[in-house]
Structures are given as C-alpha cells and as structure tokens.
Ligand binder design. Structure first.
Ligand code: PLP
Length: 397
C-alpha cells in the first residue's frame, strides 16, 4: 500500500529513520521521528560547537542558517527570508503576531471552536482590556461555518485567528475560504499551522493569511525546540513587537532604539543554532519528497486507520471535518485514554492522549473528556496500522 510512494521508497525512508526500528510511531502530531539527515545535521553542529566554540560554529554555519529562513519562506509560499522569524516553539511564534497587532477596547477577535488551549488563553488574555473574543460555530461537518463567519463581520472585527488542524483530531479547517472572507473584509488573518506544516502543502498566498505559525518537531520531522512565524511583508512593520531586545532593535542613542524592518524584529538573539539547522534539513527532506505526495499518503493511511478502528466493537472514531488529515482520534468503551496509551507503549506503539482542556470548546460541545490520538506519517505502514488496531481491540471488554 503506497499511494504516491513505491514500497521500495517507503522501505528506504524507514531505513533512513532510526526510530522506525524501535517503535511503531503514531505520535507524529506530538513529535515525529526525525530522519537521519536531520539528526546528522543537528549532531554535527553540536560537535562543531564543542570543537571550535559556539559563536565560531555559528559564524561558520551563517550562510546555511540564513538559508533556513529562505527555505521556511518558500515552504509556506512566502516572498522571502525577511518574512520569517524563529522561536523556541509555535506558541511564541503565534503570540508575536497576536500581541503585535494593535487592538483597542471594543475591537473583536473571531476564532473557531477547535482552538488549542495555548492560543485560546492568549485570545482571552488580549481580551482583558475590552477586546471581545467571538467564537464562530462549526457547520454540520464540524469545520468552521464560513457563512456564519461572514455574518459576524463588522467594522470592529480586527483579527481572525484560527487553527488549521486542531490538536485533538484530523479536521482540516477551510483556511482558503476563511482567507477569502478576511481579504474581502480587510481583516488580519493569523493561521496556526502547527499541525499542518509538513503533512500538507501550504501556500500563504492561496490561503490568504497575513501571518502563519508553525513548528519543526511535528509533521516536518525536525528537532524539538524550534517554531517559526511567517508574516506577509506588508504587515511586518504594522505589527508592534510586544517584547524588545538587542537583535530585534538597534540601540542607537542612550535613550533611543530603532526596530529592525524585517520579521527578525520578533526574535530573540540567543537560540539553538543546531536545531534551526536541523529544521533546514527537515524542510529540504520534505520538499525533496514532495508535499503533495506526503499529503496523499498521510490521508490514505489516516483513513485506513479510521476504517479499521471503527470496525472494532467498542471503539468510536471521533474525527470531524469535510476534509481530514493525519490525526486520528478515538475512544475505547470503558477504557481510559491513558490506559490505551500505556498498553500500546508496552507493545512498542506510540500514541498520545488529548484531554478536554486542550480544546475545551470543542470537547465540551461534544461531551468528551478525552480522546486517544494516533497520528500517522508517510513512513507508517499497513502492518503497523494492523498492529495498532489489534492491540486496541485486545483492550475492549
Ligand atoms: C493545534 C496546535 N497549535 C499550537 C500548538 C503549540 O505548539 P508548540 O508546542 O510548538 O508551542 C500545538 C501543540 O501541540 C497544537 O496542537
């Protein structure tokens, strides 16, 4: 079963992924198994730091480091490296745009029911001085109702902030349709692509978002501890960085600083250089395989897993959406999610759990306290899916 990849290619890709020999990894929405080129790039840089010094190793790697900005911009369809900033995670990347957008009391943030807790609490935090947060309901498929979004627009709506795929299921939000609405209304659109970057092609121009946040460690298969923000060039100087330091701004007079004009105005100087280089290797790896091919196989594997899980009595697949991606969520009758995770772990199968608090609005609306999250990547196989499903079936009473 290969969809877009030959069986030989999958074997090669698995051989290039040391973790595939250890575990059946279905926690790609947590952190994917990195391929050898990512690991080698990261470790090689650590060695250079140890051998010649951290600053000297950075100087030596500067051209490659600069190239990671350019690669990230082109991965998401941006115009150039000046539109990209790096952080230690996607949350801070998202925050820089969210807190950077000037908002006045009475202004409105529109968002979805599928938001991740770290994002939703920042909406609430921004709302503490008179800004209102309004949640657009889902349609019958579970995705954000674009017609309802359009009806909620008025002069005080300043921001549409939405996750592309939630943490607790395979739902793909209709980002392009939301982008059309944002464009027509002239409203800033901030997209949380943490769970979609690396598993599907992304094109910020087609989507019509003005800023997009993502991470290295999930479907991109890069190192942990790196997140990125892309901001449309025309918006960079319209966003006010909520924090300042000496790389974001130049200290020009004892009482004056000048903020740099590119997206690095949101960054902090000190960083994990090896991890960023590793992200560069991960982007190169994904692009060489082709994001369209990756997306086709991820969707196929996820649908296979959903179908097989749904056939097990006592198992309920919980994914929403007209379009669904690589995250598969389910519950097992009378077995809590932590136990499913623990038992699978004993069988060297990694899954994760998603508690209600992670996506509170959606989980409450559906009366769910938790789900098991099994997230596939292109390197997973039919055999691994079979093993996962039969281990789950053994748990059902
Ligand atoms: C939908 C979604 N958005 C944002 C985040 C936050 O990403 P990070 O942990 O890199 O800050 C996550 C993390 O799991 C997520 O699932």
């Amino acid at each position: 079963m290969s969809v877009g990849f030959t069986d030989d290619e999958i074997r090669r890709l698995r051989a290039e992924t040391p973790g595939c020999a250890e575990v059946a990894h279905f926690n790609n929405a947590g952190a994917s198994l990195p391929p050898a080129p990512v690991l080698d790039t990261y470790v090689a840089h650590l060695r250079r730091e140890a051998l010649i010094g951290g600053y000297e190793a950075q100087e030596e790697a500067q051209a490659r480091l600069d190239a990671v900005y350019a690669a990230t911009a082109s991965l998401v369809g941006g115009s150039g490296p000046d539109e990209v900033a790096f952080f230690e995670n996607a949350t801070r990347a998202f925050d820089m745009a969210l807190y950077g957008l000037p908002l006045e009391p009475g202004d409105v943030i529109l968002t979805s029911t599928a938001e991740y807790h770290s994002m939703f609490v920042t909406y609430l935090h921004r709302a503490r001085h008179g800004v209102r947060v309004e949640v657009v309901p889902p349609d019958a498929t579970g995705q954000l109702d674009v017609g309802a979004l359009r009806k909620r627009l008025h002069a005080r709506v300043r921001l549409i902030a939405m996750t592309h795929m939630p943490t607790n299921g395979g739902l793909v939000q209709p980002a392009e349709a939301v982008g059309d609405v944002a464009r027509e209304a002239g409203v800033f659109f901030l997209l949380d692509a943490t769970q979609t970057v690396g598993q599907m092609p992304l094109d910020v121009r087609r989507i019509g978002c003005h800023a997009l946040a993502g991470t290295s460690r999930k479907f991109l298969r890069g190192p942990r501890g790196v997140g990125f923000l892309w901001v449309a060039r025309e918006w960079i100087e319209r966003l006010e960085p909520p924090l300042m330091e000496g790389h974001a701004a130049e200290w020009v007079e004892p009482d004056r600083y000048v903020i740099r004009p590119d997206a690095k105005r949101f960054e902090v100087w000190e960083s994990n250089v090896g991890a960023r280089l590793g992200l560069g290797a991960a982007i190169e790896y994904a692009r060489a395989l082709g994001l369209e091919r990756i997306w086709a196989r991820v969707r196929m594997l996820a649908e296979t897993l959903r179908t097989r899980l749904a056939a097990v009595p006592g198992v309920t697949v919980r994914d929403l959406g007209a379009v669904r991606g690589g995250i598969v969520s389910f519950t097992v009758r009378d077995v809590d999610a932590a136990r499913v995770q623990r038992e699978l772990r004993r069988a060297c199968i990694n899954v994760h759990t998603s508690p209600a608090r992670g996506t509170l609005l959606d989980m409450r609306a559906r009366g769910l306290s938790e789900v098991v999250r099994a997230s596939v990547h292109y390197y997973n196989t039919d055999d691994e899916i079979d093993r996962l499903v039969s281990e789950v079936a053994r748990l059902v009473r």
